[in-house]
Design a protein around this ligand. Structure first.
Ligand SMILES: Nc1ncnc2c1ncn2[C@@H]1O[C@H](COP(=O)(O)OP(=O)(O)OP(=O)(O)O)[C@@H](O)[C@H]1O
Ligand SMILES: [Mg+2]
Length: 287
């Protein structure tokens, strides 16, 4: 078994990643009844997380996380502050380097990749951040174009057409030439979503996309996300405290605490009949 460096003081042993067929079979068995995803015969998870551990210095913040996400599935991750939700998302697109364990996208292990391969991965895994992260000096349209031209090497006309299509989809075609400072927070976040979708990623990660917004702007962003979930077939992993969204839109809800996946299942099951007392307590505290 490979021993990987763990923090400064310890190492942690994890088994090698499972062979794809075996992993898919085990995941299929395990996930029956936990998700409203419609499985197709022979389907493999699009994201596979096996024995993921992450430490910062000597603090272990993800502890043997195992999770499969299926193509087109919408997974909502809930949990108290500091439970490791962002860290897990950031490991999936390698903004953080896992301390041990495996993450596979379409059965391709993404850990221990070269810089060039990591860039390819960043194309395949999109992320929408709490703070939008738009380029302030570029217009909405230019923000949606830049990844397409720089990373996907699309020509300008093609990137512009795609940008206008995606801005239209989030209701902002008429704001295409506005800069971020001229847009509301909700509009900026919708531009950020359009930018991520324009890259046509395999998986789109959302880290509390509405938490920085004034309450009256939350709805518009959630509507855009709901439309994506229901009509685009996009695979989405969403960290959010929006329980209504989770209940209505998620195929599966995952509850994390202290770096551990404590409970997961169908939203109605986890919300109405949580098995774990900590899940019940957390959900009770935010209702
Ligand atoms: N770069 C870092 N260096 C050191 N510790 C970190 C770093 N990033 C996160 N942590 C720690 O890891 C733990 C998990 O943090 P994380 O941001 O993943 O939690 P979270 O569930 O997203 O919380 P929140 O709901 O507040 O966003 C926390 O204890 C945090 O302090
Ligand atoms: Mg977070």
């Amino acid at each position: 078994m490979p021993a990987k460096k763990f923090g400064h003081a310890r190492t942690i042993d994890v088994p090698p990643a499972l062979p794809a067929e075996e992993a898919a079979r085990i995941a299929y068995e395990a996930d029956q009844g936990l998700t409203s995803h419609h499985f197709t015969p022979g389907e493999h998870p699009i994201v596979r997380i096996e024995h993921l551990n992450k430490s910062f210095d000597d603090t272990l913040v993800l502890k043997d996380v195992n999770l499969n996400v299926w193509p087109g599935e919408v997974v909502v991750v809930l949990g108290p502050s500091g439970s490791g939700k962002s860290t897990m998302l950031r490991c999936i697109n390698l903004l953080e380097t896992p301390s041990a364990g495996h993450i596979l996208i379409e059965d391709d292990e993404i850990t221990n990749k070269s810089a060039a391969e990591v860039n390819k991965l960043r194309r395949d895994v999109g992320m929408v951040f709490q703070q939008f992260n738009l380029f302030p000096h570029l217009t909405a349209k230019e923000n949606v174009m830049i990844g397409q031209t720089k990373v996907l090497k699309k020509d300008k006309a093609e990137a512009e057409a795609e940008a206008m299509k995606q801005l239209d989809a989030v209701g902002l075609a008429d704001r295409a030439d506005f800069k971020p400072a001229q847009l509301s927070g909700g509009q900026q976040q919708r531009v950020a979503i359009a930018r991520a979708v324009a890259m046509h990623p395999n998986v789109l990660l959302f880290d509390e996309p509405t938490s920085a917004l004034d309450p009256e702007l939350v709805r518009g962003v959630l509507d855009v996300m709901r439309d994506l979930a229901e009509n685009s077939g996009m695979t989405m992993i969403v960290v959010t405290h929006e329980m209504g969204f989770a209940r209505d839109v998620a195929d599966r809800v995952v509850f994390m605490e202290e770096g551990v996946v404590v409970e997961q299942g169908l939203p109605e099951k986890v919300f109405d009949h949580p098995e774990n007392p900590r899940t019940a307590e957390f959900l009770g505290s935010i209702k």
